[in-house]
Write a new protein. Structure first.
Length: 394
């Protein structure tokens, strides 16, 4: 289960990027009235003279590894369409000007679609990654050609021809790979403002929910965004309180990666989900914003440290199957029937998985599943994303 990846925390000072930043780009902290973001660490927003300045900053962390490349920094200036924009000089030198509300949105990642959907602006999407949308109506628009396909940003940059043809006001661009980092200046050179989305880099799962507020500012849906974030926060608080009243139980989240290798959740936001469900993770270590949430370990180490866990999230929809019953029998979670999989809310015929879309900005739903998994007394609702594993050998 890789719901969250680590991030480099963003201090209020927002000092310059790693390496040698472009001298034409100001990275000094801007003055103004800060708009509080309770959980976000990868971006900061200030308001002044009727417009917003957004600073985004994070490192690209390799899957299962450490941060690579220089730290990325972007300054956006969000100016209402009816207002004269400020000169992009001084502390705004090198910033990207975006007129709001944006009416034509391009996106290279599925969870962006979940954000635009909860804000009620999916009709403004003119380009998305492809045809894997969990939302049936959006997927139909993509298949018909009404919404262009620019490629998903997991490991490749956007297709520039399709992107330019879609004529977006802005590109919401996940930056989870250095190839996307390299493509960003090429996109900007074509006159398309890029909003880097470092949502996967937030060290707290609630930090990613704050990105709904950022997109809400872009789209002129701030009221709706703030109400959504507040709703998720209330639900999380209620779940944490209910779980804390139950006896603590041990839990591991580790999926098979082939050979003799497993990927247990160790740190950062994924570990926080387990912890907030009143679970004790025997693999948990210190948070580290420059590492992914998991490490690779051997089957021998998995057994040594995880065999007594009460429950185990064994896989998601894309994990390699593990069928060695003799190994599974050595785990209490398997013997006691508390083996779970993060494979709910899928549409296999469309190759669509809501776990990678809506669940990204609804950690309350994921936390609810983990709470119900660990504490049978709280199973008052059906499982949604994480449910009993039906593929494990019997």
């Amino acid at each position: 289960m890789r719901l969250l990846a680590p991030a480099l925390a963003l201090g209020l000072a927002l000092a310059g990027c790693g390496g040698s930043p472009d001298p034409a780009v100001s990275t000094e902290a801007v003055a103004g009235r800060e708009i509080p973001m309770a959980h976000a660490k990868t971006f900061r927003v200030v308001e002044r003279d009727g417009y917003r300045v957004v600073d985004l900053k994070a490192s690209v962390v390799s899957w299962g590894g450490d941060a690579v490349g220089e730290e990325q920094f972007q300054r956006l200036v969000l100016v209402p369409r009816e207002q004269t924009p400020p000169p992009l000089t001084g502390d705004l030198a090198g910033a990207t000007l975006i007129r709001t509300p944006v009416m034509r949105i391009a996106s290279n990642t599925g969870f962006h679609e979940a954000i635009t959907k909860v804000l009620g602006v999916n009709d403004r999407l003119v380009a998305v990654g492809g045809v894997k949308s969990y939302d049936d109506a959006l997927r139909a628009r993509v298949r018909s050609g009404a919404v262009r396909q620019i490629g998903y940003g997991w490991h490749s940059p956007p297709a520039l021809d399709a992107l330019v043809a879609s004529k977006p006001d802005v590109l919401l661009m996940s930056m989870g790979d250095m190839k996307n980092v390299g493509a960003k200046p090429r996109v900007e050179a074509l006159g398309i403002p890029v909003v880097p989305i470092f949502l996967d880099n937030e060290p707290d799962y609630m930090g990613r929910v704050e990105y709904v507020r950022l997109v809400g500012m872009l789209a002129g849906r701030e009221t709706e965004a703030e109400a959504f974030v507040a709703m998720v926060a209330r639900n999380v608080d209620a779940l944490k309180k209910a779980a804390a009243a139950q006896p603590i139980r041990s839990v591991i989240s580790a999926w098979f990666s082939g050979g003799d290798q497993w990927n247990p959740v160790i740190r950062n936001a994924d570990a926080k989900l387990l912890r907030d469900a009143n679970g004790r993770n025997p693999f948990e270590g210190p948070d580290d914003p420059r590492k992914d949430s998991f490490n690779r370990i051997s089957t021998e180490e998995l057994i040594a440290r995880g065999r007594d866990a009460d429950c185990w999230i064994l896989r998601d929809s894309h994990s390699q199957p593990f069928t060695d019953r003799a190994v599974l029998e050595r785990f209490k979670a398997y013997r006691d029937g508390c083996l779970f999989a993060a494979d709910g809310m899928t549409k296999p015929e469309a190759d669509a998985f809501d776990y990678y879309e809506t669940a990204v900005i609804r950690p309350d739903l994921v936390l609810g599943d983990i709470v119900r998994m660990l504490h049978p007394a709280l199973r008052d609702q059906p499982f949604r994303y994480i449910r009993l594993d039906t593929r494990a050998p019997q």
